[in-house]
Design a protein around this ligand. Structure first.
Ligand code: PGA
Length: 253
């Protein structure tokens, strides 16, 4: 019904040689059928090369961010049209590091989601609460608000072209994984919110990933939960062997 997806977010890591080496090794591992869909997000300068390497393999290439305009006086930015031009298929949007360090808001994330869809790019839309918000008991409300704003103006025909990633901020790069029950509860809240906006059937087709210290040891338990359809992996996606182990252990429901 919906895809199981394992996505690797390489963040600001890997120079050209490392991208080539890691991606080539990974491509070797994911040749088999019956595996989750695999997405890798290198940094901008190597996207074109990564697309060429991954052509006609099971690996899709994503950007880690983009601007929402096609072109213009936006020094240092990259447009959706440019990502399409180099052959990228997916784009991570609204990652908490973008929100925290680069002042991204639910409003700009919404502009980006709309622009990605308009250009035929599949957004990996990130949401998630901080530790303070969780301790205050407002995790679900925060996630629901992030989803509602990010999807504002997205129509029924477009919703199945979006992947959502639930990434509790306190679990990213900290070694602390949300418990399976906690992650399931949040992913199910996301699906309920999407169902409220678009109906149950459309919500059932959206892949919702969990992210935050995913590793080979916890991916099976996480993906066994009914509403967790894969992982968005940072640190453990940097080495091909580690990432391949995660892909192999993911449960396809
Ligand atoms: P992590 O990062 O796996 O290193 O916690 C996840 C992410 O930021 O997407």
């Amino acid at each position: 019904m919906r895809k199981t997806i394992i996505a690797g977010n390489w963040k600001m890591n890997h120079t050209g040689a490392e991208v080539r080496e890691t991606l080539s090794a990974l491509i070797g591992y994911v040749a088999d059928k019956g595996m989750p869909e695999v997405i890798v997000a290198p940094v901008f300068p190597y996207l074109g090369e990564a697309v060429s390497l991954a052509k006609e393999t099971g690996v899709r290439i994503a950007a880690q961010n983009m601007h929402w305009k096609d072109s213009g006086a936006y020094t240092g930015e990259v447009s959706p049209a440019m990502l399409v031009d180099v052959g990228v298929s997916h784009v991570i949007l609204g990652h908490s590091e973008r929100r925290t360090y680069f002042n991204e808001t639910d409003g700009t994330v919404n502009l980006k989601v709309k622009a990605a869809l308009a250009h035929g790019l599949m957004p990996v839309l990130c949401c998630g609460e901080t530790l303070e918000q969780r301790e205050r008991g407002s995790a679900t409300a925060v996630i629901e608000a992030q989803i509602a704003t990010a999807l504002d103006g997205i129509n029924r025909e477009e919703i199945d072209r979006i992947i959502v990633a639930y990434e509790p901020v306190w679990a990213i790069g900290t070694g602390k994984t949300a418990g399976v029950a906690e992650a399931q509860e949040a992913c199910s809240a996301i699906r309920r919110k999407i169902a409220g906006l678009y109906g149950k059937d459309l919500a059932a087709a959206v892949s919702v990933l969990y992210g935050g210290s995913v590793k080979a040891e916890n991916i099976a338990a996480l993906t066994s939960a009914p509403d967790i359809d894969g992982g968005l992996v940072g640190g453990a996606s940097l080495k091909a062997d580690d990432f391949a182990a995660i892909i192999q252990h993911a449960v396809i429901k």
